[in-house]
Design a protein around this ligand. Structure first.
Ligand code: OSB
Ligand code: MG
Length: 380
């Protein structure tokens, strides 16, 4: 496909006829713990949008609770139903019209991303074009990283790290909590002196922890992800000034504006750009380009997604701004059964591939949707 024909496709207007919301509850293989909470069952909100001919699917990044991020599955459903869906149903629209249709709603990036993703899938299917081509990306092999939650014991953690090393994951992320970081990292470095590793604090540190965090320099980490409160760009800048290890921002970045501020304030040298948290694929692409221009490395995080969300995140990694391995690991580590046929698998080099079929490129399994669905609503 030429750039011109893609550009034309993105401008084709369509009429939204039918929208459905689905909540699924799928048990996790093993509980996932970070500094904020433990997840045992994945509760996930899916959306379908139809123009009367095809159906587009998407997975929302919101969790049931506002612990990692302030949006929730319920807030997303409310904002979508009251403000966003009426704006897309008002008159025919193209995907490029979306930012302007949503401009009157402040924030709520997860709700906006959910709708944008479903529209992209729908348009891709209607035009027999895979999402990565619609985004202007290139099909390539994606180096995969893994995020390991907080374990019950250090031995258990070492087992998990060993497993991940054997699977050839390109880098390993460890969730940390205040008070156990140095002891844990010391033991990891004793057993695995050279692995590419980072830590994710999920905002559990405060302004009194500057020295404790500066001491993390000794563990040769690729980065420290989100040590402080999401709103505290200033504190992140102070820490970044004091240490050699790059700071990576995750939940601080809700969209392009925060990305600009974070870069200008030197709050980070790396960004975890989750498309589902920054307002969608187009916003994430803009942030990636900004990072690239400013010499900021970036990668794609995850939110324990099913095969739908993983596919969304994989397509976006076809763009050149994602310079580091992300958190899109194989689906089977979280779920024994996926809700799509083309579940994400790791190849022998620890890489994963971008789907090639139309739209997000995955085939939904209606039997599995049926099996795990706890809520369903048709919005006409
Ligand atoms: O902070 O990156 C995070 C999962 C849920 C919410 C927030 C985060 C995470 C992860 C897991 O780190 C990433 C994944 O494997 O999907
Ligand atoms: Mg994180």
């Amino acid at each position: 496909m030429t750039t011109e024909s893609i550009q034309m496709m993105l401008q084709i207007k369509l009429t939204v006829k039918r929208i459905e919301l689905h909540i699924l509850e799928i048990p996790l293989q093993t509980p996932f713990t970070n500094s904020l909470k433990t997840v045992r069952n994945k509760e996930v909100l899916l959306m379908t949008i139809s123009d009367g001919e095809e159906i587009g699917w998407s997975e929302c990044a919101a969790e049931p609770d506002p612990f990692y991020y302030w949006e929730t599955i319920k807030s997303v459903m409310d904002i979508a139903k009251i403000y966003l869906i009426p704006a897309i149903k008002a008159k025919p629209l193209s995907i490029l019209d979306l930012p302007q249709r949503f401009n009157h709603v402040r924030g709520h990036p997860m709700a906006k991303a959910m709708i944008e993703n479903a529209l992209f899938d729908l348009i891709g299917k209607r035009n027999a074009t895979p999402l990565y081509q619609m985004l202007g990306g290139e099909h390539r092999s994606i180096a995969s990283g893994i995020s390991i939650g907080i374990q019950d014991s250090t031995d258990q953690l070492m087992l998990k790290i060993n497993e991940s090393v054997n699977k050839k994951y390109h880098r390993i992320k460890i969730k940390i909590k205040k008070g156990m970081e140095h002891q844990t990292l010391q033991e990891i470095r004793r057993q695995f002196p050279a692995i590419r590793m980072l830590v994710d604090a999920n905002s559990c540190y405060g302004i009194d922890d500057l020295n404790l965090l500066s001491d993390l320099d000794q563990w040769s980490l690729m980065m420290i992800e989100q040590p402080f409160h999401p709103n505290d760009l200033f504190q992140h800048a102070r820490l970044q000034e004091a240490i050699r290890t790059p700071i990576c921002l995750d939940e601080s970045i809700s969209g392009f504006h925060q990305a600009v501020s974070a870069i200008r304030m030197r709050s980070c040298r790396i960004m975890n750009i989750k498309q589902g948290r920054v307002g969608g694929l187009m916003e994430a692409a803009k942030i990636q380009a900004l990072c690239k221009e400013n010499g900021i490395d970036a990668w794609a995080g995850g939110m324990l997604e099913t095969g739908i969300g993983r596919a969304q995140n994989l397509h976006l990694q076809s763009l050149p701004g994602y310079t580091l391995p992300g958190d899109v690991s194989e689906t089977s580590r979280y779920f024994s059964e996926d809700i799509v046929e083309e579940t994400v698998r790791l190849d022998a080099d620890g890489s994963v591939s971008i789907p090639v079929k139309s739209g997000i490129g995955v085939t939904i399994r209606p039997d599995r949707i049926q099996k795990y669905r706890t809520f369903h609503q048709v919005i006409t």
